[in-house]
Every structure is written in structure tokens, then in C-alpha cells.
Design a protein around this ligand. Structure first.
Ligand SMILES: Cc1ncc(C[n+]2csc(CCOP(=O)(O)OP(=O)(O)O)c2C)c(N)n1
Ligand SMILES: [Mg+2]
Length: 327
């Protein structure tokens, strides 16, 4: 019997791989489908960043809440939102998790603790302070995590929320997914500090930076700070340095990237390949185990796309439902 050198059981390693593969295939497929013109609105793909959402979310249950971003599909999948309902939502169909009224940037499923993707940069941070405060009052051990990008990290809402979380000692984790760009603006141009974690001390928060393409680095760092928050130790900042394989949005010509940058990242910084190489080299998981998951996930995504395409649009009578004002 091979000794398992990882902090997860073999079953949990396979779950992690399945989650990352599901996110990757979901996004790769949307890249193809979006180009056909059937998907309304904007789509921002998370491919390349899968290890961040997965390494973090494996520490959470449905009582824990997350607030996501415009690039939210990976967060939703890793938090357990149903892939068919997500696809239906992105296609604007009545079968979507928000009945087709939200689309890609407003996928939410409160039953899973997924408070919503969000088209407003930095808007998740104050929301998660509210969720953290509620969890603290309930005393149920729940934590809240908000995700934001390197660009959104400079929003006042994020900085004010860090201060609020610190003074109220909220069970809240701030996760900056630093993929190097805010739209076409590089992080070096927009931010003076080398690492966002350099800011943490200014708010009285502990902070840690990890290689966001390394599932195990994310998993271990997230585990520690989430446990600490759950036990009343307060908020923290986690920076995951990562890469995005596609453009800012689908249709972005990516002229601001270096020649060969995407190819380099896919060859050397692909979190799925890195994960697969490590677990198979250690003899804990076989190539065939991963290949079987690949086939199952491919079938799931095929079915989700076909089902979403064939589903009905919301009818006119749905126009005034699910809004704050009752008509
Ligand atoms: C408050 C606000 N300002 C500007 C925008 C327009 N906008 C949408 S995404 C984006 C860049 C976000 O970059 P980053 O936070 O690094 O996230 P990433 O797209 O890299 O995941 C901008 C400027 C917005 N949606 N909301
Ligand atoms: Mg970014």
C-alpha cells in the first residue's frame, strides 16, 4: 500500500480533480458555445484559476457563505451549485437557478451558501461582512468568504470591509485572485505593493500569499485561516497568484498580453496538469482514474448544454416576479 503524502484522502483527491475538471470543461465549452451567438450578455471565463476555488471550497459546507465576482462560474461549481441549473441560467432559460433572469454574472443559490456572482467590482466584500456578522450572532461556526480580483482589490468597498471585519472580529476571509490583469490593465501598473498581503497588516489582518495554480498550496493555506475564523480567531486575507487562460471577457482580442503568454501558461501553469502529475507520481491515483473522471465530466457538460439549449425561456408572466417590489 503506497503511503499517502497528501493532506487529503484518495477519495478527496479525486473529488478535487473532478471539481477542477468540471470547472475547466464548463468554461472551455462556454468559450465554444458563446462564439455561436446563442448566449445573451457577457461571459467572463475562470479557466486557469480552478485550483483557487477548489482548494478553498473543499473546506466549506452549505452553512458557509461566499460572495463571488463577475468571473464566478468556478466559485459556483466548487460551492456545489448544480451545473445544469447554472448552464440554464447562462442561457437565460426558465430552468436556470435564478429562472433565467440573472445570467452569467448573477448566478446565486442560497441553499448552497452561494450569495451570488456580482457585476459590481468589490460589492461582495460588504455583503460578506453582513453574512459573517449573522454567523457570529447565530454562533453556528459558519464562515463567509468573498472573492475579488487584483483590480477590485483597489476598490474602497473592499478596503472598508477589511477594516470593518477586523474591528468586529468577523469570521470572514478576503480572497484576492490575482490573475495579473484587470481587464487590460496589468497589476504592476495599477498597484504599488508587490503583494496584496503587504496591505493586510495595515488592517490588523493576518495575510498569506500562495501560488494559485498549486491546489495543495491553496488548500493548506485556506484550511488554516478558515479554521481560525471558524474558531473565533477573526478575519484574514488570502492572495492566490494565478493565471487566466482566456481574455477578460469572451471576444477580448487580448492584445495587452505578451506573445505566447497563454500558451506558456497552459503548458507550465495549468493547475489540472500540475495536480494530475503530482498525485499520479505519488502512486495514489492512476492515470486511468483521472481519465474516467474526464469522460464523466465531458458527458455531464454535454448534457448540461443540450438541456439548456432545449429549455424554455421565462414567459412574460415572470416579468414581475422575483423582484423586490410586489406588483
Ligand atoms: C465598480 C466597478 N467598476 C468597474 C467595473 C468594470 N469592470 C468589470 S471587470 C473589471 C476588471 C476586473 O479586474 P479584476 O478585479 O482583476 O478581476 P478579473 O477580471 O481579473 O477576474 C472592470 C474594471 C465594474 N464592473 N464595477
Ligand atoms: Mg484580475
Amino acid at each position: 500500500m503506497t503511503n499517502n503524502p497528501f493532506p487529503l484522502s484518495r477519495d478527496d483527491l479525486l473529488t478535487a480533480y473532478r471539481t477542477m475538471r468540471t470547472i475547466r470543461d464548463f468554461e472551455e465549452r462556454l468559450h465554444v458555445e458563446f462564439a455561436k451567438g446563442d448566449i445573451p450578455g457577457f461571459v467572463h471565463l475562470y479557466a486557469g484559476e480552478e485550483a483557487c476555488a477548489t482548494g478553498i471550497m473543499m473546506h466549506l459546507t452549505d452553512i458557509d457563505r461566499i460572495a463571488s465576482t463577475h468571473r464566478g462560474h468556478g466559485h459556483c461549481i466548487a460551492k456545489g451549485v448544480d451545473v445544469h441549473e447554472m448552464m440554464g441560467e447562462i442561457y437565460g432559460k426558465a430552468t436556470g437557478c435564478c429562472r433565467g433572469k440573472g445570467g452569467s454574472m448573477h448566478i446565486a443559490d442560497l441553499s448552497k451558501g452561494m450569495m451570488g456572482a456580482n457585476g459590481i467590482l468589490g460589492a461582495g466584500a460588504p455583503l460578506i461582512c453582513g453574512a459573517g456578522l449573522a454567523a457570529k450572532f447565530r454562533g453556528d461556526g459558519g464562515v463567509g468568504l468573498t472573492f475579488f480580483g487584483d483590480g477590485a482589490a483597489n476598490q474602497g468597498t473592499v478596503l472598508e470591509s477589511m477594516n470593518l471585519a477586523a474591528i468586529w472580529n468577523l469570521p470572514v476571509i478576503f480572497v484576492v485572485e490575482n490573475n495579473g490583469y484587470a481587464e487590460s490593465t496589468s497589476v504592476e501598473y495599477a498597484t504599488a505593493v508587490d503583494s496584496y498581503v503587504d496591505r493586510a497588516a495595515g488592517f490588523g489582518l493576518p495575510g498569506v500569499t500562495v501560488d494559485g495554480t498549486d491546489f495543495f498550496a491553496v488548500y493548506e493555506a485556506a484550511g488554516e485561516i478558515i479554521k481560525r475564523a471558524r474558531e473565533g480567531g477573526g478575519p484574514a486575507l488570502l492572495e492566490c497568484k494565478t493565471v487566466r487562460f482566456f481574455g477578460h471577457f469572451e471576444g477580448d482580442a487580448q492584445t495587452y498580453k505578451a506573445k505566447g503568454e497563454n500558451e506558456h501558461n497552459r503548458a507550465h501553469r495549468d493547475c489540472l496538469k500540475l495536480f494530475g502529475a503530482r498525485v499520479t507520481a505519488a502512486g495514489i491515483v492512476a492515470d486511468a482514474d483521472l481519465a474516467l473522471i474526464d469522460r464523466e465530466v465531458a458527458a455531464l457538460i454535454d448534457d448540461a448544454v443540450e438541456t439548456a439549449k432545449g429549455a424554455p425561456l421565462p414567459g412574460p408572466r415572470e416579468l414581475t416576479t422575483d423582484v423586490y417590489v410586489s406588483y
